[in-house]
Design a protein around this ligand. Structure first.
Ligand code: HEM
Length: 213
């Protein structure tokens, strides 16, 4: 472990670990696609896997700030954006699978689904939010948006809620998995509210902006 002693090496190791973790599900899916490993219904399998990884990375990005505050490891903040971008990447694959392989690129059917099937409506709205966050996640965009950047990026909480509602709404019988995500999300939002409340109590005049993220 002597190798990980320098802060720079630790930062690089963390970076490499995040990038590897983010690419692994896609590599596995491509491998499974070429080796008949996607089962009897490959389109359904890809839709499920990409949706599941999109929500996992989204929860991962929301976990970064609490983890950083609890461990004091500031380098973690750098990984928040990467995890969010991976969430958007898997959401793009998820949406493309649905639009291309399920609907055969019929935009009319997509419009009908968005207006008639509530879980698709919520999924699509969540996808748009993730797209807006990804598009404005660069330093240049943050500079351009100035003070509006932070309120815009608070939409990540709405995306988390949208992803959980989408999942809860689409399952027919066994709600255990989406309920686990709902519990994780409630804890991640709850701890932020608690910190906000504590910060207000300590200094009622100042807005506790540092809690955001
Ligand atoms: C772009 C709009 C979206 C569409 C059209 C869409 C569509 C779908 C469809 C058709 C399914 C499978 C439903 C079934 O099994 O009957 C699904 C599952 C799922 N989607 Fe989406 N979705 C969208 C966006 C999202 C987003 C943004 C997320 C998360 C960030 C997400 C997360 C999930 C999850 C977690 C599942 C269940 C995966 C599992 O079964 O393990 N979806 N979605």
């Amino acid at each position: 472990m002597a190798l990980l002693e320098s802060p720079r090496t630790r930062r690089r190791a963390l970076r490499a670990a995040t990038l590897t973790l983010g690419c692994l599900p896609a590599v596995w899916l491509v491998h499974a696609a070429f080796t008949d490993g996607l089962g009897a219904n490959p389109v359904e399998k890809i839709t499920h896997e990409t949706g599941a990884w999109a929500i996992r990375f989204l929860m991962g990005s929301l976990l970064v700030t609490p983890l950083r505050r609890l461990t004091g490891w500031r380098n973690l903040t750098l990984e928040r954006r990467t995890l969010g971008l991976f969430a958007f990447f898997y959401a793009c694959l998820h949406f493309s699978t649905y639009l291309g392989l399920d609907l055969g690129f019929e935009l009319g059917s997509l419009g009908e689904d968005i207006s008639e099937r509530p879980y698709i409506t919520v999924g699509f709205a969540t996808f748009l939010i993730l797209g807006a966050l990804a598009a404005t996640s660069t330093r240049a965009a943050a500079r351009r948006l100035g003070r509006r950047w932070k309120p815009l990026h608070r939409l990540v909480y709405l995306a988390g809620i949208g992803a959980v509602v989408h999942f809860l709404w689409l399952v027919k019988a066994d709600t255990r998995e989406p309920l686990i995500y709902a519990a994780i999300l409630a804890s991640l939002l709850g701890i932020r509210l608690w910190w906000r409340f504590q910060a207000r109590r300590r200094s009622p005049q100042r807005s506790p902006d540092r809690v955001a993220g």
